[in-house]
Design a protein around this ligand. Structure first.
Ligand code: ADP
Length: 453
């Protein structure tokens, strides 16, 4: 408020000046009121002149970028300059703060794994992040202010945007890189639109697999159930002889067994998927395990095949015994089931160059055409469905084998040629193998045993 005093002082000076001019005027101008008018006008003109000069300096400063301080004035104009400078500095600080916040927000949106796109009322791109650029093949810098419908080439997206019905998200399939996108549009402000795009390729694939799985399981269970209910109906409505009754019961038993095997395989798969990787300090004797697999294979083959087996490995494997047994047994069982009578089956073991090892089950059976090989380990995938079912297969065996061996850090490798036979190899990493500490009771040879026909 000091400017009031300086103003008052200026007014006093003006009055004094006016008085002085008035006194001098009265000497020159005889008419009193004219002299007074001249003196008052001179004082006012002087004040206006001084104010105008100081105001001009302040306005000149305001016209600039206000980087430097306002003109160093006293009184009213000094106070005004100081107040304006403070307001300008406050405004600059607020703008800077808001700019920083906006930058932070955009950086956060930029880092989002989802695509974010802002459109104005005419569908011009106001801003988009890198992910949205990738999803819709846009350049976030270059394509700004362009109409999105001119740039995005997916007709479904363009018509979705133009229809303006955004209640349900749009699922865009086969976009760039064969991805599936879920696109959600939220209108906001004055006709603006926020477009969010999420890559749902994986979840769509998983959902598809889940649907297929449920359909497959239902189908696999429905077939024996239909057969069973037919038999039950027959037994209830027809008078059967004792031998017929026994035959029906055998068939019913087979169907029940089929369902039991299926449920047991499903449980095994679920267990494998849900449990942690096997510990690497639980050691299983490989020779004992291979011997058990062999004896089961022999029982299944019932002398119809020639089985060759390497029995002496003198190794221990860090594994879950039941899992490793079921994996190798599955391969031997398949070899028996898919090799015609008189064929050869070989169960062998070898150390690999990297210190690991490999169990190999080879047969001279029906073989598998090349196009089926990549899909063999899919659940319920069968090359020959009727042969698989007739021999008690569930279509889950190789899927279980793959899971087991992956959990043990190994791989399942398949080679096959139709009409010539197949070779299934299970590799095991070096860290899961060690030499048996106790010396072998019997001499190592013979390494190969021939069993069977
Ligand atoms: P399944 O219970 O049908 O045998 P698997 O998962 O064990 O199911 O095998 C998948 C498919 O792979 C089988 O249906 C069969 O067509 C083929 N297959 C598996 N092992 C052999 C083999 N040793 N020789 C020929 N085909 C095989």
């Amino acid at each position: 408020m000091t400017w009031i005093f300086s103003r008052a002082l200026l007014a006093v000076a003006a009055i004094a000046l006016g008085g002085l001019v008035g006194y001098l005027d009265s000497e020159l101008i005889p008419v009193g009121w004219v002299a007074s008018l001249v003196s008052v006008s001179a004082a006012v003109a002087l004040m206006i002149l001084v104010d105008g000069f100081r105001a001009r300096r302040l306005i000149h400063w305001l016209h600039g970028d206000q980087e430097d301080s306002p003109p160093n004035e006293f009184g009213l104009w000094g106070e005004l300059g100081y107040r304006i400078e403070r307001a300008v500095r406050d405004r600059d600080r607020t703008i800077q703060q808001e700019r920083n916040e906006l930058l932070q927000m955009l950086t956060a949106i930029e880092a989002s794994p989802n695509g974010v796109l802002m459109l104005d009322a005419e569908d011009h791109i106001r801003w988009c992040n890198r992910v949205a650029g990738d999803h819709f093949s846009l350049n976030p810098e270059r394509d700004r202010q362009q109409r999105i419908t001119n740039l995005v080439r997916y007709p479904a997206f363009v018509s979705y945007l133009q229809a303006g019905q955004f209640a349900a998200p749009l699922i865009l399939t086969n976009t760039r890189g064969k991805a599936t996108l879920s696109v959600v549009v939220s209108p906001y402000g004055n006709g603006m639109k926020l477009v969010l795009s999420v890559d749902v390729t994986e979840s769509e694939r998983a959902e598809g697999m889940r649907r297929d799985f449920v359909a497959n399981v239902s189908h696999e269970i429905r077939t024996p159930l239909t057969v069973l209910s037919g038999f039950i109906e027959t037994m209830g409505s027809l008078p059967l002889t004792e031998s017929e009754r026994r035959r029906v019961l055998v068939l019913m038993g087979q169907q029940t067994q089929r369902m039991q095997t299926l449920v047991s395989d499903l449980l095994t798969l679920a267990q494998l998927e849900g449990s942690p990787r096997p510990a690497s300090d639980r050691w299983v004797k490989l020779d004992g395990l291979l011997a058990r697999v062999l004896s089961d294979g022999l029982a299944l083959s019932a002398g119809r095949h020639q089985l060759e087996v390497f029995t002496q490995t003198h190794l221990e494997v860090a594994a879950v015994e039941t899992e490793l047994y079921s994996a190798i047994a599955n391969l031997v069982t398949n070899a028996v089931r898919y090799t015609p009578e008189g064929g050869q089956i070989q169960l062998s073991w070898r150390r690999t160059a990297d210190g690991g090892g490999e169990v190999c089950v080879a047969d001279t059976g029906v073989g598998i055409a090349r196009e089926h090989l990549p899909r063999l380990t899919e659940r319920f995938y069968r090359v020959d469905g009727s042969r698989s079912r007739d021999t008690g297969g569930t279509g889950l065996g190789l899927s279980i084998v793959k899971h087991v061996i992956h959990r043990h850090g190994g791989e399942l490798l398949i080679q096959s040629e139709p009409g010539k036979g197949s070779k299934f190899r299970l590799t095991l990493p070096a860290m899961r193998l060690r030499e048996l500490e106790e010396p072998p009771h019997a001499p190592a040879a013979p390494a190969i045993e021939h069993i069977g026909t």
